[in-house]
Write a protein that binds this ligand. Structure first.
Ligand code: PLP
Length: 398
């Protein structure tokens, strides 16, 4: 293939000039960790401020009388993006809360098995363990070893681990430590034929991959909006398939108990709803840039950065270099002795990368070696990943 056209060997052009200036991030930092907590454009931040002022100006009118209508209106563009009915989705503070609502709504018997993979996000692991221990059920993580060659390999490994006792599978849409897009629709279909209900942890997926939640077939889908849709922090959602809604409730049970998913989630006690009310503004901001263009840019940047860093570090990739298993994040093993740092050394390096080098990128162990994960957001530029490559290779030589 002509190297000029190969997305893994040349980075994409920006989709608009100087997008970074529309975000509030420190200009001197190479911010390569959009994936953890996201970052809001200034315009979205200002819209949330406007909501906070309005809520303070008219607390009873807006938090009392008009609250249900305001929340339903805020959910509409979200529901359109997820291709769901607004009444089937509830707003939550974050994906952890959505996952906990699902786990608390499960009816389990002693001996039932809750299953997930070793790519699970740690907070979700803890919530699953807690649920299993409360019911005398078992919690199991199947190992899906890297490197991974194909979506089929992932689906076969996951489905092959189901047993007669598996009642519930929690599967990530985009994994946090390994940055792999899992073939969730295929996995859900195989689970359905075995009577296993599936929760998809889509914390990273909205804005990163195109979504049609009902088409995935899962019973529940939890997602975050503060990551790749650039909504304010405090915006997550839980979608529930209609046939599972009767026994489903928020983690916080309040006035509207038993009245249906939408009203139960819309009121969970007095709170600052400004983040939720800003969801339409965040989606409109991104929509104006164009979702297909955003996704294409971010994926192309991740595919290029993944190859470039694997080659510079001289390490084996966790997934194919053509980017076929990536979204807009990529995980790469650290080179040489850096991969063997212990926990305190890792923490020291993490802090030093930020303080001395002004590079923000997460470090963490995976399969016994330290890795980093780069996020590729619409405001990131190729030179930031080259800077990361320089810094890490320099430190690997010392
Ligand atoms: C896969 C996955 N699940 C769940 C979460 C939890 O998200 P939050 O902290 O917003 O609840 C994260 C956070 O990064 C994640 O990566």
């Amino acid at each position: 293939m002509d190297s000029q056209l190969d997305p893994s060997t040349s980075p994409p052009a920006p989709i608009a000039p100087d997008l970074r200036s529309q975000w509030m991030l420190r200009p001197d930092v190479a911010f390569l960790n959009h994936g953890s907590f996201g970052a809001v454009p200034r315009a979205v931040f200002e819209e949330q401020e406007r909501w906070r002022r309005r809520l303070e100006a008219e607390p009873i009118e807006l938090i009392g009388r008009r609250h249900p209508a305001l929340i339903e209106a805020a959910k509409e563009p979200l529901a359109a993006m997820l291709r769901v009915r607004p009444q089937d989705v509830g707003l939550v503070t974050n994906a952890t809360e959505g996952v906990n609502a699902v786990l608390q709504s499960l009816r389990l018997a002693p001996g039932d098995e809750l299953l997930t993979t070793t790519h699970v996000y740690n907070a979700v692991r803890m919530a699953m363990r807690h649920t299993a221990s409360r019911h005398g059920a078992t919690y199991r993580e199947m190992h899906v070893p890297t490197p991974l060659a194909s979506a089929r390999q992932i689906a076969d490994t996951v489905v092959g681990a189901l047993t007669d006792r598996t009642r519930f599978l929690m599967i990530d849409h985009v994994t946090s430590p390994t940055a792999i897009v899992f073939p969730v629709a295929d996995i859900v279909a195989a689970c359905a034929s075995r009577g296993v209900e599936v929760l998809i942890d889509g914390a990273h997926a909205p804005g990163m991959v195109e979504l049609d939640l009902p088409a995935l077939g899962a019973a529940w889908y939890a997602g975050n909006l503060h990551k790749w849709t650039c909504a304010p922090k405090g915006c997550g959602f839980i979608w529930v398939r209609p046939d599972r809604q009767a026994e489903f409730h928020p983690t916080v049970v309040s006035h509207n108990y038993g009245t249906g998913l939408a009203p139960e989630f819309n009121w969970q006690g007095t709170r600052d709803t400004s983040a939720w009310l800003t969801i339409p503004a965040a989606l409109a901001f991104m929509e104006k840039l164009g979702w297909p263009r955003i996704r294409q840019h971010n994926h192309a940047l991740a595919t290029w950065a993944h190859r470039m860093l694997c080659e510079r570090f001289g390490v084996e990739p966790l997934s194919p270099l053509d980017g076929s298993l990536l979204g807009s994040t990529a995980t790469v093993r650290l080179p040489g002795a850096l991969a063997n740092l212990d926990e305190p050394q890792m923490r020291a390096l993490q802090q030093d990368l930020y303080t001395s080098e002004r590079v923000e990128v997460p470090l963490f162990p995976w399969q016994g070696a330290l890795h980093l994960r780069v996020s590729c957001a619409v405001y990131n530029r190729p030179d930031e990943y080259k800077r990361l490559g320089d810094v890490i290779t320099r430190r690997a030589r010392v």
